[in-house]
Design a protein around this ligand. Structure first.
Ligand SMILES: [Zn+2]
Ligand SMILES: [Zn+2]
Length: 509
């Protein structure tokens, strides 16, 4: 989806949310790239970015004089940032193995005038840029890559092959754009070192490990990110995206990305000869029943207005056609937006698997074992007020047509963890377009590739420059020295209440 809403037609209704109160539901209409109209229905909070009251005359440009200075510095720094990007791109490292990436990132941030601490929560990097009294703002870049064989044909494509946890040889690629994120972080640090007279406070730049395992944010927090270092008043992050062309920013206020859980189910039966099934309890037949029954959780147990996903992504059991095995293993990914829905899904999995095993006559001591894996994370909740404020700043800096309202998606991220601590810090993660505008035209060459694809190839210059510019606009909106000239009018829409902000994730069974 792309484009900004051409009208927020007043097809407005109500529905009840888990708190029991009723919230307004709006329908906004977007023009899709093929010219058709797309209706988007969401809570008021989800449409905040879509409904920003940017003055119609707002044009990209320096309302504060800062934009010109920012542009000049970014243009000057870009050649060396492009070298750095190519280096990161050609040397990807898997999650929890980001030793060289974090080392290079630390060196670059030190060079940019930051006080740098390494080894925070594994390979995490914390770099402070102090500039007197003022707010503290955290800016995060993730550093890890994926076991994907790059097929972009780029001259700086990765040819790295390494071993994963299980000892298997795997190719490695920055297929999620974390190389762009690290480069933009260094660019932002260099920029703010040179812009000292325009801001006040402390910038906390972090290089986070293991995002792809949704483990790095929790590891850095557990290692004292908010206690050993200045605690931020706001946390910001950008991520490359494929929903809008390079040069655009996509923002979603309120819930933006889902919470994710990995679950492993061990279905235990009683093994035996394939020709004597009556003497066994067949876990393969049981697995088939369970996979289908698990699909009724979303379709029959979760309220239709609540988003949820239950996917069985792997099934392993048996060795030979004429043997009934002892057990079958299933691996699932679950997605949800609220703790209540998450709990319902987990409870239903336990009930369904146990009930079907009992119906099949599995002995009590061979009941299924359901384990919640370590790769769990809560939803990413973008503070509506903060997101709306930043979106207005981006519209002012980049132009209205380059700020796009995003929809909540069922993908997951662990950036949300920074907003889920006891400190309840407002956070905002936004997307920056990474693909060439031609790919979005109806007559364009090919549909845009997605994140994690072996063909994922951001167009470096507009992507990196827009990333740094958008982050600079956000930071200056929060930390500018002296009053900013009014560049943004904040609409009088009531955001989703603070009570909706999720608390810490319950990792117990
Ligand atoms: Zn990813
Ligand atoms: Zn990513």
């Amino acid at each position: 989806m792309r484009g900004i809403p051409i009208q927020a037609r007043s097809s407005r209704g109500c529905r009840r949310v888990r708190s029991g109160r009723r919230v307004a539901v709006y329908t906004a209409y977007f023009r899709g790239h093929d010219g058709t109209m797309i209706a988007l229905q969401a809570h008021a909070a989800c449409l905040l970015a879509a409904c920003i009251a940017v003055p119609a005359s707002a044009a990209p440009g320096p309302k504060t004089g800062a934009a010109d200075a920012v542009r000049a510095i970014i243009d000057r720094e870009f050649p060396s940032l492009f070298d750095l990007y190519r280096h990161f791109h050609a040397h990807p490292e898997l999650s929890l193995c980001e030793e060289k990436s974090s080392g290079r990132l630390a060196d670059e941030l030190r060079e940019a005038g930051c006080e740098v601490t390494t080894g925070v929560g594994g390979h995490g990097v914390v770099a402070l840029l102090r500039n007197g009294e003022g707010p503290t703002v955290l800016v995060r870049a993730d550093m890890d890559a994926l076991p994907v064989k790059e097929q972009t044909g780029l001259p700086y494509a990765s040819t790295v092959v390494t071993r994963d946890d299980s000892g298997r040889e795997v190719p490695v690629m920055h297929a999620c754009g974390h190389d762009v994120h690290m480069t933009a972080l260094v660019g932002t640090a260099r920029l703010f070192k040179q812009l000292r007279e325009r801001w006040r406070g402390t910038l906390v730049f972090i290089g986070q490990p293991a995002e792809e395992r949704v483990a790095g944010a929790r590891a850095m927090l557990a290692d004292g990110l908010f206690t050993r270092f200045p605690r931020p008043e706001y946390c910001l992050a950008l991520h490359v995206g494929t929903e809008a062309p390079a040069g655009s920013v996509v923002a979603t206020a309120g819930f933006a990305m889902a919470g994710s859980d990995a679950v492993e189910i061990t279905i235990r039966g009683v093994g035996g000869h394939g020709a004597f099934p009556h003497k066994a309890r067949d876990p393969i037949v049981l697995a088939a029943q369970m996979i289908l029954s698990l699909q009724t959780i979303v379709s029959r147990e979760i309220p239709p207005g609540d988003a949820a996903v239950v996917t069985v992504g792997s099934i392993h059991g048996g060795t030979k056609a004429n043997i009934i095995p002892d057990e079958v293993k299933l691996q699932l990914t679950l997605r949800s937006y609220t703790d209540e829905v998450r709990r319902k899904i987990l409870d239903a999995i336990g009930r369904i698997t146990r009930g079907l095993a009992a119906a099949a006559g599995v002995p009590e001591d061979r009941m299924p074992v359901v384990q919640l894996g370590p790769q769990s994370t809560g939803p990413t909740y973008n503070d509506p007020e903060l997101t709306r404020r930043l979106a207005a700043a981006w519209a002012s800096w980049l132009g209205n047509d380059r700020v796009v309202a995003g929809k909540p998606v069922m993908g997951a991220e662990d950036f949300g963890e920074y907003g889920r601590t006891e400190h309840k810090i407002p956070i905002c993660m936004f997307w920056i377009g990474a693909l060439a505008p031609e790919a979005f035209r109806a007559e364009g060459p090919a549909p845009p590739s997605s994140l994690h694809s072996p063909q994922f190839a951001p167009v470096p210059e507009p992507t990196i420059k827009t990333g740094i510019t958008a982050m600079a606009a956000a930071i200056l909106e929060l930390m500018a020295a002296g009053p900013l000239e009014a560049t943004s009018r904040i609409p009088n829409l009531s955001p989703m209440g603070a009570s909706e902000r999720p608390g810490p994730l319950d990792l117990s069974q």
